[in-house]
Design a protein around this ligand. Structure first.
Ligand SMILES: *Cc1c(COP(=O)(O)O)cnc(C)c1O
Ligand code: SF4
Length: 371
């Protein structure tokens, strides 16, 4: 594939030229046999596409490249997975109207679209992203907005998806205008992976739209230091200049960022770009993602090694999400381990067991009480 600098800087060009076939992928790397079989084999299971920008970050000589593993299908996705679920957080059960998850009294997650620019192979919302039935028509968006307007306890609206910034500027402007017209909505935040997979999407025009509706906060999703490119830096700088604070949510992924060194480098590079590390998530038990899961003790070990070795605000909080809300993975909330998994206490007082493999004791000095 050839492109001009003008095309490279145009997010719509990247969207139109996304890699969605083995042939197109071959322009960037030689797929392994597992990858070529998985491109076919996962077709019915989960959408696949990669922006040329993100594909260009892949190391073509390394099948274990952390960028590649996030986005190129692999046969491990089709391996038997006894503990994986379609919707482990029971998000559908917590949705009073389509695509609006109301699981905390004061805030909602509003999935305004099911589309993404790329489809991360470990995605929490694999059940819905890329799926036509979860697209939102204007009337459905209005229904969700009406629900928020009718619930004065909601003061924080998180626009998520899919990726809200796959919508065009005019639609984003319309959504933000509608939400801002609701007096009890205090903060609006956007959860987007665009600064990572397509930083060209963060145009001056988009920033202009966002800055009309403050306070707007934005959380993005860098997983690896290699993703913090010059292009990403330009996108983040534009957002910050438009007055939008930028935070980061990382997912702890085996072989991608599950080491103290990688996590430390990621956090250091994030704050260098003035991005505040917000959450480090334990990977959810999503069907077909067993190869990305790490023991909770490994995450706790990483966190304990960051503490004291990094600027306070460069350290994220390590979180396990459960149907009872997010639980900080610290010794206050993690009660211990039995043969099947890790038992935690939620902030609401519920006891929850997360099915999870025990770490190899030689790999991890954190040992939890036996239950
Ligand atoms: C994570 C999440 C939020 C936001 O939670 P914060 O801890 O405030 O960032 C809101 N709603 C749902 C359903 C969530 O999963
Ligand atoms: S960008 Fe987010 S919602 Fe979209 S596929 Fe990746 S993790 Fe899932």
């Amino acid at each position: 594939m050839k492109w001009t600098p003008e095309q490279w800087n145009d997010w719509k060009w990247h969207m139109r030229h996304r890699v969605t076939s083995e042939e197109a992928l071959r322009e960037f790397l030689d797929p392994t046999s597992s990858e070529t079989s998985a491109i076919e084999g996962t077709k019915e299971v989960f959408q696949w596409s990669i922006t040329p920008y993100y594909a260009s970050l892949i190391d073509p000589d390394n099948p274990l490249c952390p960028i590649r593993r996030q986005v190129v299908p692999h046969m491990e996705e089709l391996a038997p997975d006894v503990i994986g679920l379609e919707d482990p957080l029971e998000e559908v059960a917590h949705s009073p109207v389509k695509n609006l998850i109301h699981n905390y009294p004061d805030r909602v997650a509003f999935c305004v679209t099911s589309q993404c620019a790329i489809y991360c192979r470990y995605c929490l919302r694999k059940r819905m992203v890329g799926e036509a039935e979860f697209m939102m028509r204007k009337g459905e968006l209005r229904d969700a907005i009406a629900y928020i307007a009718a619930h004065p306890e909601i003061r924080d609206v998180l626009l998520t998806g899919g990726d809200p910034l796959t919508l065009g500027d005019a639609n984003i402007d319309w959504l933000l205008t509608e939400l801002r017209a609701i007096p009890h909505v205090d903060i609006i935040r956007i959860g987007t992976r665009m600064p990572v997979k397509l930083p060209q999407r963060i145009t001056p025009e988009l920033c202009e739209v966002l800055s009309k509706h403050h306070p707007i906060w934005l959380n993005t999703h860098f997983n690896h230091p290699k993703e913090l490119t010059e292009e990403a830096g330009v996108a983040i700088d534009r957002l910050l200049r438009a007055g939008v604070p930028v935070g980061n949510q990382t997912v702890l992924l085996k072989g991608i960022n599950d080491s103290v060194e990688t996590m430390k480098e990621l956090c250091q590079k994030l704050v260098r770009m003035r991005i505040r590390p917000y959450y480090l998530y334990q990977a959810q038990l999503i069907e077909g993602t067993a190869h990305f899961r790490t023991p909770i003790e490994v995450g706790m070990h990483i966190m304990e090694q960051l503490q004291g070795h990094l600027t306070g605000f460069a350290i994220p909080r390590y979180i396990l999400d459960t149907p009872y809300g997010k639980v900080p993975m610290t010794r206050d909330y993690v009660l211990g381990r039995n043969e099947e998994g890790v038992v935690v206490r939620s902030t609401r007082g519920d006891v929850w067991m997360e099915l999870n493999d025990a770490p190899d004791p030689s790999e991890c000095p954190v040992v939890l009480p036996k239950l």
